[in-house]
Structure formats: C-alpha cells, structure tokens
Design a protein. Structure first.
Length: 316
C-alpha cells in the first residue's frame, strides 16, 4: 500500500515522502480501515516541522483527520462491521491507504454524510466547540461580549463566527488583508476588520506572533485571550503574557489534550453535534480539490497558495 511518511523534521514539502509499505493485520480490539478521504489541515503540517518534536516520535505517517471504511476486524468484539464508515481519531496516520486503529478510537459515520463532509467533521468542529465552551466558562454568561476571531476566513474561523453568535456572543471577524475581508463578507454579515477592532472582550487566536501581541494589548480588563494556533509561525511575547496586563487571562487550547482526556461518550456527543451542524450547513467546509495520495506533493504545494478557497482532500 502507498503511504506518506516523515523520517526527519523539516519543511513539509521536502520531508514528507511517499513509499510502499506492508499492511499490518489488526490485533485484538483493532480494525483495519481503508481510507476514503483525508483532509490536509495546518495542524497536520505543524508536527512535521518539528514544532512538537518532544512528543512526535519519528518516523510517522501524517494526517489527523479523515474517513474510511472497515475492511478487517481483529479478534474480539469491536462493535463495528465490515463496510461501515468510521472516523479514526486520536493519532495521526490518515495519509495512507490502510490504517489499523483500536476500534475504541473509531466513530461511526451517519449514512447521510458524504465522504467529503465526514472527512472534515472532526478537527475543526470539535476544536470550535471547545473554544466556545472556554469563552462561556470565562465569562460565566454569554451576554453580547465582543469576541475577536483571528484568521476568521479559515475553516475553523467561519465555524467560530457562527457558534459564538449562537451562544450569545458578538463575534468580530479579524483577517489579515482587505481582500480576505471582501471574500468573508460574502458569507458573514457581522463585523469584519483587518487585524484589529478594539475594544474586544476576548480573542480566539490562531495567528500568534506580533499580530497576537497587538491584539492582547487591546483586550478589555478582565477579558480573555485563548491561543489555539500560530499561523504567523511565532508565539506571543512571553513577557507580555506574563504581565497579565489588565488582568487578561491567557490560555492555550489544543484539541489533542481534550480528546485524550475525554470519555468516549463525550467524544460521541461532540461528533453528534458536529454531524448535526454539517447537516444544518454551518459546520461544513468548502472543498478546493480532491487529489489522489500519489499527488500529495502537488497538494502540499497548493496548500500554501493564497488563492486556495477551501480544503484540499486526499483520496488515498
Ligand atoms: N489547537 C488546536 O487543537 C487546533 C485545531 C484545529 C485548528 N487549529 C488551528 O487553526 C488554524 C486554522 O486552521 P484551518 O484548518 O481552519 O485553516 P485553513 O482553513 O487552511 O485556513 C487558513 C487561513 O489562515 C489564514 N492565515 C494564514 N496565515 C496567516 C497569518 N499569518 N495571519 C493571519 N491569517 C493567516 C489564511 O488567511 P487568508 O484568507 O488571508 O489567506 C486562511 O484563511 C491553524 O492554525 C490550525 O493549526 C488548531
């Protein structure tokens, strides 16, 4: 079978290689899944650079999100059947044709969702739920607080704009260019600003670096800054964060931490909400293209294209 492999950290376009590999048999409690679609997300590429090298053993197969069908069952009851579509979660490895995972880490996909929809039902929707819950926990009550969402035209940014409004907050879309603002205005009728729109009660930040520092300084006293990404390639200034200027609470939020501490029931509940939001149309993401795994180098080059208007999916 064909798989993508990382054997050394570095620029994803240089270090992610395609290779042939054997198909290990599923052990007790495990299933083998034939991957039908896998997403390419920024969060798949960050570990490849070595940003989390202390917790990323080499070699590894990238890809945290995708959908496949069960093709082999290990011994013992797995609760799943051959042909059933599942979302394997909790570890990378989706950028290959076949994946063996414990059945406990696989969630059944409803028949009415397409493969494309199912392949994007995990990372961004579940993270968006956690971020909105974190905002609710900070303020106790959602009462129209102005919450800035950076990289607001991203797949998760668009979800946050909807979920924050549904929760009773006032989302403010923050983008990095006027061009992105124009594009986002076609789908979001609320406030959109380039970089900053003070005063803000909180910021959900996927950018970090100097733009994050500037935003941190504009948050109202007693507000919150929750960082969940670093698209700029840098973190906030640690001295600024440590100063707790205006008693602004700073925290990181990583889906991974929650997924590995949540019960299976809590994960199943989150997936049910995600599937419902996709059906209702506000948690789906646009697809730019579906490419075979053999075209992964081309897909990775396209991932950085500023003209990209949706997710790139791999069909292994
Ligand atoms: N913490 C977690 O567990 C977790 C989970 C899910 C996602 N994330 C993070 O969420 C972020 C977005 O993910 P996604 O899948 O939604 O991405 P995506 O759909 O691929 O969108 C990327 C967006 O980022 C914007 N962007 C790129 N570099 C930027 C910069 N330096 N400053 C401002 N905007 C920038 C682009 O803006 P333009 O439209 O202007 O080009 C584009 O809209 C990533 O950082 C990802 O790691 C984190």
């Amino acid at each position: 079978m064909l798989r993508a492999v990382v054997r050394a950290f570095g620029d994803p376009r240089q270090v992610i290689r395609l290779e042939d590999a054997g198909r290990p048999a599923p052990g007790p409690g495990e299933i083998e899944v034939r991957i039908r679609r896998a997403a390419i997300n920024p969060s798949d590429l960050i570990p490849v650079t070595g940003a989390y090298r202390s917790r990323t053993p080499l070699p590894f197969v990238p890809g945290f999100e995708g959908v496949g069908e069960v093709v082999r069952l290990g011994e013992g009851g797995t609760g799943l059947s051959i042909g059933q579509r599942v979302l394997p979660v909790g570890a990378s490895g989706l950028w290959q044709q076949y994946l063996v995972r414990p059945a406990d880490w696989c969630f059944a996909v409803p028949d009415d969702l397409s493969d494309d929809e199912a392949a994007m039902a995990y990372v961004n929707p579940l993270t968006a739920f956690r971020l909105v819950d974190a905002a609710k926990a900070h303020f106790g009550d959602a009462a129209g607080q102005r919450i800035g969402v950076t990289a607001a035209a991203s797949a998760i940014g668009r979800m946050l704009l909807v979920l924050l409004a549904q929760a009773g907050f006032r989302p403010v879309a923050l983008v990095r260019s006027a061009g992105t603002a124009v594009r986002l205005a076609q789908v979001f009728s609320g406030e959109i600003a380039v970089r900053s729109a003070p005063p803000l009660d909180a910021v959900l930040d996927a950018v970090g670096g100097a733009p994050g520092d500037a935003l941190f300084r504009t948050i109202r006293p007693g507000g919150a800054f929750i960082q969940y990404g670093a698209l700029s390639g840098a973190q906030l200034d640690p001295a600024l964060v440590a100063s707790r200027r205006g008693d602004v609470a700073f925290s990181f939020l990583w889906l991974r931490s929650w997924v590995h501490s949540a019960s299976r029931a809590a994960l199943a509940e989150a997936f049910a909400l995600s599937f419902a939001g996709i059906r209702a149309g506000f948690l789906g993401s646009a697809v730019e293209a579906v490419l075979p795994l053999s075209d992964l180098p081309a897909a990775l080059a396209r991932q950085d294209d500023p003209a990209r208007s949706g997710k790139l999916l791999i069909a292994p």
